[in-house]
Design a protein around this ligand. Sequence first.
Ligand code: RIB
Length: 298
Amino acid sequence: MSGKIIVIGSMNADLVVHSPRMPQIGETLTGSRFQVNAGGKGLNQAVAIAKLGGSASFCGCVGNDSNGELLLNELKGSNVDFKGLKTSEAPTGIAMITVIDGNNFIILDPGANEKLTPEVVEEYSGLIAESDFCVMQLEIPVKTVLKVCEIAEKSDTKILLNPAPYKELPDEIFTKIDYIIPNEHEAYDLTGVYPDNEENTEKAILKLRQKGAKNVIITLGERGCSYNIGDEIIFKPALKTEVVDTTSAGDTFIGGLVSSLSQNKTLSDSVDFATKASAITVSREGASKSIPYADEIE
Ligand code: RIB
């Protein structure tokens, strides 16, 4: 039986165009394959958990508009139970995504995600307390993340924080985090050490542990990831695959990881599963729609 997971985070409509290259200032370039997709790091991670065998509820905030409907339908279609707010005070979050050679460049207008306040999440204290895992990112206010950590601390709920996009965090938050999962840029912003080789990656992991995080997993893009089991540092290479669109590869990794942990698998087995799942995601277009189902993973 799998444990309960709650994701507290963002939901965005992703406006995507593929481009041959970056435009110069003032230049108009012709792109292709325009799409409006359901996305947002929170929504993608919740959908990933559900598709990859876990049981997820999701607490977020959308605007009272057609993009909001698109996102709520995506959650419903993926069997993710939506909690939270539909607000008239702000539009649904928007991510403008340009994909060049499979790599994504994202500009976010958080819109309604900013309305996910500590007061809103407090209404779900009971649900947070009865969950085994709580997954968050930083496309919502930091004070909300801190509030959830305080609620979770009173129960046995384990906190996984994906510090994306980077925002400054209060020192006291780190001791409340069971798993912190930054990518290489976020690891640099958090520690001042860029994990560009094994030695620096170990240093960045150590710094995050010294801040108080119990488990650190740094995702390193096409180089794979690195994590600690106690004092041991492990490097896990990525799987070789054709790169079509990297959008939501990190979200798939996190969804796969927590989904596997919630089924009482070990951290190494869960990292292996997450690595396989995110390799499939990068071989497909889109955000939540590119995430594979558990039965697609060998
Ligand atoms: O991690 C990918 C996501 O980041 C996209 O879906 C976009 O909405 C941004 O939040």
